[in-house]
Design a protein around this ligand. Sequence first.
Ligand SMILES: Cc1cc2nc3c(=O)[nH]c(=O)nc-3n(C[C@H](O)[C@H](O)[C@H](O)COP(=O)(O)OP(=O)(O)OC[C@H]3O[C@@H](n4cnc5c(N)ncnc54)[C@H](O)[C@@H]3O)c2cc1C
Length: 483
Amino acid sequence: MRNISRRGLLKGLFAASVVVGFDLTTRTWVTHASGGGGDFSLLPPLDGSLVTDPASLAAVADDFGHMIHRTPVAVLRPGSVEDVVKLVRFARKHGIKVASRGKGHTAFGQSQVDAGVVVDMGTLNQIHSIEADRAVVDAGVVWRNLLLATTPVGLTPPVLTDYTRLTVGGTLSVGGVSGRSYQYGAQVDNVLELQVVTGEGELLTCSESADRKLFEATLAGLGLCAIIVRATIRLIQAKERAQTLRVFYPDAPAMLADLRVLINEERFDHTRGMSVLTPGGFVFFIEGTSFYTSAGELPADPLQGLHAIPGSEQFEDMTYFEYTDLVVKLIDALEAAGLGGLPHPWVDLFVADSKIDAFASQTIAALDPSLFLPGSLILFYPFRKSRLARPMLRVPDEEIFFLFDILRTIPPEPAIVDAVLAENRNLYEQNRELGGKFYTISAVQMNARDWKNHFQNFWGSLSSEKSQHDPDNVLGHGTGVFA
Ligand SMILES: Cc1cc2nc3c(=O)[nH]c(=O)nc-3n(C[C@H](O)[C@H](O)[C@H](O)COP(=O)(O)OP(=O)(O)OC[C@H]3O[C@@H](n4cnc5c(N)ncnc54)[C@H](O)[C@@H]3O)c2cc1C
C-alpha cells in the first residue's frame, strides 16, 4: 500500500535531489536541482522515490564491515513491487548496475554497487498475512518485526539468525543459520514461495514446485539472478520460554566433543559453541537452549554425559522473545559504546567435522589478542548436512560440520585491516584445502575463479539461471561472482 504522507515527506526532504530523468548523452541522472534540459527519457512514474543526494548515497556506500565503500549514483526507495520492476527494466535498457540492500549487515560490500543504483528494500516492509503454518512478508521486513507479530499468537519462524534486525530478503539471500539449523536447516530451507524481480525485469513467483531452478538460484543467491520482493516463510509453534545451560571447557576439542554428543541426541533446541577472550586467554563454552512452555518439556538431566569443567554450569531463563532479542541488545550496547563504526572483518567458514578440532585449535592459537576488541567472539554452530536442501548454500561434504565464525572488531587502521583481511584469505584457503566452504557473508577477497570453485557442481545451473534471468548482468555486483 502506498504511504502518501511518507512519500510527500521524502519528496520534501529530497526536493533538490529526486531524480526526474536519465540523460542519455552524459549518462547521468537528472534531478530537480540539475534541471531538465537535455536529451533524457523520463523515468516511469514511481510510487516511491529515486534519490541522489550525497547523504543517501553515502549511507549505502558503507556496510557493517566499514571496510568497503562503493558509491552508487542513485538509491531507489521502492513504494511498490512495480517500482522495482520499472527500475530494473530501466537499468537493463541503459546498462546501469543494480544492487539490492536489506540492512547492509554483510561485511564486505556485498550490498553495494559502484556507479549503479542501490534498491533499498527497507521501504517494502509489509507483513501481508500470518497463518498457523506460514507468513507472507515483503523482503524488506525485519525478522524482529515478524517475531513481534508472530509470538503473541504463539508462532515463530523455525530458524532465526542470532541478530534479528536483518531483513528477510537479506538473510534469504545468504542462507540464514543458527543453533537450530542442525535440526531445521537454514532459513532458506524454511521458505515455501518467493516472489522475485529478475534481472530481465520480470515479476515471477517460484517455489519447489513452480520454477524450482529459479527458486534454488535465488535462495542464498546473493541477489545474482533476481531480487526477492516477497517471501512465504514457514512458521511453527513458539514455546513461551527459553532456558539456557552454559558449560565451560578447557579447549576447543573438548567443547566440540560434547557438542557432537548434544546434536546426536538433539538434547537442546538451540545449540552452539562459543569462545571469548578474557584476561586469562580464550575460554570455551557451550550454550544449549531448551524452548518450553511447561517445565516437563525441559531435559531431565541437561548435563548428562557431558565432560565440561565440573561446577562450571550456569542456567538462564527468560521469555522466548527475550531470548531472540539478546543479540539486538548486545549490538545496541556496542553501538552505544562507540564500537559499531569500527571495522568488522568477520570470517565465517563451514568446516568439516573431521577437520575442525585441529583447524580451530591452530587458528585460535594464532590469533592476535590485541585485534580482539570488545564485542569480538568466536562461534561454532553444528550442522547436519541432511537437514539442508538449498544448493546455493555451499557446505562441506560430511554429514556433520560446523560453522566456525571469527567475529572480530578491530582498530580502524588501514594496515591492520589489510593484515586481518590477508589472514581471512589465508584461513579461507586452508579450509578450502580441507574440503571446507565459506559462508558468503564473510570478509574474504574472492576472484572469479574462487567463486566458480565455491559453487562447484552448481556453477553450471547458476550460470544458466543467470543467463536466462539476468542476461545483461544487471544484478548482484557487490559480490563479484559474475564480474
Ligand atoms: C550482528 C550480526 C549478527 C548476525 N548473525 C547471523 C546469524 O546468526 N546467522 C546468519 O546466518 N547470519 C548472521 N549475520 C549475517 C547476516 O545474516 C547477513 O549479513 C545478512 O545478509 C544481513 O541481512 P541484511 O538485511 O543486512 O542484508 P544485506 O547485507 O543488505 O544484503 C546481503 C546480501 O543479499 C543481497 N540482498 C539483500 N536484499 C535482497 C533481496 N531482497 N533480494 C535479493 N538479494 C538481496 C545483497 O545484495 C547482499 O548481497 C549476522 C550479521 C550481523 C551484523
